[in-house]
Design a protein around this ligand. Sequence first.
Ligand code: 0A1
Ligand code: ZN
Length: 858
Amino acid sequence: MLDTQNAPAAVPALIRREEYRPPDWLVPEIALDFDLDAARTRVTARLMVTRNGVHDRPLRLDGDGLTPRAVRVNGVATTDWTLEAGVLVLPINGATAEVETEVEIAPETNTQLMGLYASGGLLCTQCEAEGFRRITFFPDRPDVLSRYRVKMAADKTLYPVLLGNGDLTGSGDLSGGRHWAEWTDPFPKPSYLFALVAGQLFANRDTFTTKSGKLVDLAIWVAEADLPKTHHAMDALKASMKWDEDVYGREYDLGQFNIVAVADFNFGAMENKSLNIFNSRYILADPDTATDMDYDAVAGVVAHEYFHNWSGNRVTCRDWFQLSLKEGFTVFRDQCFSADQGSAAVKRIEDVRVLRAAQFPEDAGPLAHPIRPDSYIEISNFYTATIYNKGAEIIRMLHTILGAEDFRKGCDLYFDRHDGTAATCEDFVRAMENASGRDLAQFRLWYGQAGTPRITAKISGETLILEQTLPETPGQTDKQPMLIPLRLALFDRATGGHAGEQLVLLDKARMELPLPSGGGRPVLSINRDFSAPIIVETDRTAEDLAFLSAHDDDPFGRYEAMQQLMLDTLVGAARDGAADHTAVVTAVGQTLANNALDPAFIGEAVLLPSEAFIGDQMAQIDPEAIHRAREALRRDLATRLAGQWEAAYHAHAAPRFHYTPEAKGARRLRNVALGYLAAAQADHAGALAFRQFEAADNMTDRLAALGTLANGDAVERPAALQAFYARYQDNPLVIDKWFSAQALSSRADTGAAVAALRDHPDFTLHNPNRVRALAGAFSMNQLHFHAADGGGYRFLADILLALDPINPQTAAKLLPPLGRWRRVDPARQALMRAELERILAAPGLSKDVFEQASKSLA
Ligand code: 0A1
Ligand code: ZN
């Protein structure tokens, strides 16, 4: 039973998409005045408000934790206002008015990191989605667009740099060691794109000349010591600006573009107009401290935020239900950008891996929602893999269905039509429809129906039979067949070739396609390049999969065949206790021996599916059996192909670090080989890893060696962990890796180790990166998170409960792994539910966590 006595005083309200109404009042202009101080910041806001339509409703200005110190209407002080659940309600006569409010806020005690807060010695803001209301009273919704003029004053020694949106339109000194700056943004924007930063910052400066010849000043602002780590981000920024011109015809629209890196940040980064604010982990990179994956992530996130200038800022969202309008589209754009910078095949494999690891479980669990949700309690909970990554897949399918040319026409039309306004997902689809002349009525179902479609593909005689089903998800039981673009090819076993790829649009529950007659039963390559975000079941044999893993000319198809072969083997082994590994060993051996393949691709293809993904294929997850099955296959591959792993390891040693696709690929394969060598428990693997750890001239190699050692019992393990800590103790981003390496270990003592790490002097609940490095990483550790005694669940719930009063957004993000209780055995189910109930019963629970926990138990 639920203890309702301790539930939040009132159950938080559900906001529904269908209840959208245009704003009663618009705010075409706002002037803000900040008297900045970490302990006490005075904010004066002057709003030009205009009545929107004919009505007599009062002006309602959102506020969160604010008390007005003064309210003036048309220059006259008034007390004719009320506060209703934080909202300032003011009667206004006439069609327009100038409304001024004054409030005081305390950035240094703002632990939620929403609104104006202190990070290190900086003052910075985060307003998406509803943080602006923690700074000043305002209609804090994305369909109210205003021109901003922002003046800030601060101590000149503590805050020598003062940054805002738009252009610097004035600055000067004040008495008492203070100074001021004024920033004016000519583009109307919603409040969630407002930003300011003040602090001791140093700039890496550069310029970019747009295709029409405008010079843009670029600056990346960081602590002075971090300046050498900003070059990769700067290169990525310039490459993104060029790419958006080349691929989408989109040019930058202001004279400056600033990026600031901060240490304490709830998400990855934020696209505030011309003043992007980043979690420092997505800016800072040098060979000694960042892995190749970090370098890729820096470039991807810099591109993502830059691309938002068009997909998000110039055209924004009407309401938060349309979040995927900007996020799905922008993720698709950053994925294509990254694919163009290196190996497109490997990038696609990585994107699909992320989708399957983060989004498929979401779609299959209690928090499933469509990419355009129908309701929410707390919008921060909807910055999900579904909105972002599945959203990107839906845009990619449009690209596939319409073709590159019509897709581009659709984008041009969308930007033309909606520039300077707040739009909807429907506006986007309609632009695509109008530009291409195609009917996308059925395609629209992807926006409203949650869940991952399951497709079966079977060859019967000379017919290919395709069937689709869409599982039930919370609140959605009756689903319609979707329009699913399937790239497929039929391989001839004898020649190893095919007669061309086709695009099949599966638009019914069942379709039969005639196959070319004669020539014997073909081998089916389907969902090539992962043309749709679906689960495919086929009647392909192990022999078919082995054939495709060696012959498919679609790199994703080749990877997929290998993964399927491994999965079939592993699921069988987890169920039956053992399996024949021969087909996998042969296929991996052949892939390793194929010199025509890119080493980066080989590195991906020979990796076993994660324990989580194996579990996702099973009716009931048995974490121990899965771990045993995967380890047995890993050991077998390691021993039976020992010579090939040794050869791969030594063939791909580079004398010196370079960040090129070739060098990255070599490091990838070499480190995968190291992992296998260690799995064989070869006596020398520990020594080999330790030697690599010590000799490495880059973080990719050093961390791979540390991970290998952290995961095993080699005598070198404690020395490596200690040396790593000693070397990087002053670099929080690297110390995060040290926490994660231990939290991800499969060693028997991991539960005790993470408990001890929580008490480590470097652990803090006030830095979201650190919380994720320990608790987030641990919750991904299938073996130990699901420890049979429930200790893993308790550990996560304890941290979550301790974090909720400090930072509810980040706390709520920790919860979903506990919500997957339906997937495990009854004993574990009871333990997981008990933790969810304990969370829900906690006094003063945030609505963020309440939403996640209550939905997870439903
Ligand atoms: N729009 C950002 C994501 C973001 C959302 C909320 C934030 O604060 C709580 C921060 C960033 C993006 O897509 O990058
Ligand atoms: Zn985004």
